[in-house]
Ligand binder design. Structure first.
Ligand code: C2O
Ligand code: CU
Ligand code: CU
Length: 494
């Protein structure tokens, strides 16, 4: 069905005068059900926290990866079909120093197209995993990634248009950690006291991953009842009475977590998407949207051996998604060790970009299902999410930007009821303001960002300086169902 007809039909009066096919009728019923819900979400099932947390292997040289079909045990020792960049789900943690160039030999052993996007890295356009640059089944590609940016917690995942969500959900994702001398000098907790945690919710049926979003779930995002950390459902990890650094990635397709600890134990936010903040910020919770990273310090120092501490997602405002509090994983204090670490009061220097240095302001109207209907093109189940009333077109250039220009962009969800984590490739940005909704910035938003949560009714204003590298990059909603549905545009640096 054409969108134009659909728009007419969706008027209540119009719909009643037209004969609807059963399929269309159920589609309309679904829509009416969800018209004003913002985000619905499947309830999370907490596990028993008896499986040890696993960590992907670390890769520091001789970089090569293969995307392939694997098996992994997700629930009750049942063997599930998954994707991975090594064995099992996920991929190796790549760890490099800034100033180096990573030569990554990549092979696609899947039976479908894929590619790799290096989320947060500032790499040339032809290395960025643009959706037009896919690697066919059986094909290979050598990435050359110059790491000229701040130390930080970056990550990688596939980006073939229309398939990103399912491929990430099925297991394709990994950490990319860039280190530098400035960060090293801080002597932050490292080794077994630096924990990399990727949180992902999965729908699992009969032990198998199930990715089959309904039309509702394309609208709101696909959520799962099982929350995995590093590919393990309901894990535990033993800790000593020391400080731990946790770098947390929300690698879910659509679920937002309000990261907190049990007993209201506080923690310090030391970094965000693009590396360290200027100063640590003490909080009791931190909202983390799909694609975002948080670098936090947790002190188990004053806890008794035997104490159990849960990583939780607390409730939050933002529609149905925020209505449940649930446990994600368990830390068990099992060893008394003295620790003289204290958090440095100054971590780094984040110099604010001056608004006056911006040569242009662009307005990006982001729209979900019900707000995005007054336009042409698309059909049922596709193109219901738009940016400036447009659905993604691989070949259309939507924004043209001068190399090295500083610009202000407004992500405007002020009329929307859905959650949109907005992400821009090829740059790190700063957040100037949030108006409407929460009306304020959270701790992690005082540093460099590449993804920002724009909750219902919010307008978020960001500023950034684009790179000198010319070429075509994308920006999009990192709710991966929205992205695959077309909530993505191209920009070209000229
Ligand atoms: Cu992680 Cu285009 O995104
Ligand atoms: Cu990205
Ligand atoms: Cu979205």
């Amino acid at each position: 069905m054409k969108r134009r007809e659909f728009v007419k039909l969706s008027g209540v009066a119009a719909a009643s005068t037209v004969m609807l096919s059963p399929m269309l009728q159920s589609c309309m019923d679904n829509m009416n059900m969800n018209m004003n819900m913002g985000s619905n979400a499947v309830a999370v099932k907490e596990g028993t926290f008896t499986t040890p947390l696993a960590f992907p292997n670390v890769m520091t040289s001789n970089f090569s990866m293969k995307a392939k079909g694997n098996t992994a045990s997700l629930l009750n020792n049942q063997s599930a079909s998954v994707f991975g960049y090594a064995d099992g789900m996920l991929g190796p943690t790549i760890k490099v120093d800034t100033g180096t160039t990573v030569s990554m030999a990549f092979q696609n052993l899947l039976s479908e197209d894929t590619n790799i996007h290096w989320h947060g890295l500032l790499v040339p356009a032809d290395m960025d995993g643009h959706p037009k640059n896919v690697i066919n089944s059986g094909g290979s590609f050598d990435f050359s990634l110059p790491i000229n940016q701040r130390a930080g917690t970056y990550w990688y995942h596939p980006h073939p248009h229309g398939k990103t969500a399912r491929q990430v959900f099925t297991g394709l994702a990994g950490f990319f950690i860039a280190n530098d001398a400035e960060e090293l000098a801080l002597n932050l907790p490292s080794g077994d006291r630096e924990l990399l945690l990727v949180i992902q919710d999965k729908r699992i049926e009969n032990g198998q991953l199930n990715y089959s979003p309904s039309m509702n779930e394309i609208m709101t995002g696909y959520t799962g009842e099982y929350v995995l950390v590093n590919g393990t459902y309901a894990p535990f990890h033993n800790v000593s009475t020391q400080y731990y650094r946790m770098r947390i990635l929300n690698g879910s397709t659509a679920r937002v977590y309000n990261i907190s600890l049990s007993d209201n134990l506080g923690f310090e936010v030391i970094g965000s998407d693009g590396g360290l903040l200027s100063q640590p910020v003490s909080v009791n919770s931190l909202l983390l949207g799909p694609g975002e990273r948080a670098d936090i310090l947790v002190s188990f120092k004053n806890l008794a051996v035997g104490k159990e501490v849960y990583l939780l997602s607390k409730t939050f405002d933002g529609g149905a998604q925020g209505q449940q509090e649930f446990k994600i994983m368990k830390f068990t204090v099992n060893q008394q060790v003295s620790d003289s670490f204290s958090t440095p009061s100054q971590l780094s220097v984040v110099t604010p970009l001056a608004e006056a240095s911006a040569s242009k302001t662009r307005s990006m109207k982001i729209k979900g299902m019900m707000e995005g209907m007054n336009m042409n093109g698309g059909g049922m189940g596709s193109g219901m999410h738009t940016i400036n009333d447009k659905i993604y077109d691989l070949n259309r250039i939507d924004e043209t930007i001068n190399a090295g220009a500083t610009e202000i962009w407004d992500f405007d969800n002020s009329e929307g009821d859905e959650i949109h984590p907005m992400h821009i490739h090829g740059v790190q940005f700063q957040i100037l303001s949030r108006t409407g909704g929460r009306g304020t910035l959270i701790a992690s938003e005082r540093g460099w960002k590449d993804t920002v949560l724009v909750m219902p009714r919010e307008k978020v204003r960001i500023i950034m300086t684009f790179p000198q590298d010319k070429g075509v990059y994308v920006f999009h909603c990192h709710n991966l169902e929205h992205e695959d549905d077309g909530m993505m545009l191209n920009y070209e640096i000229v």
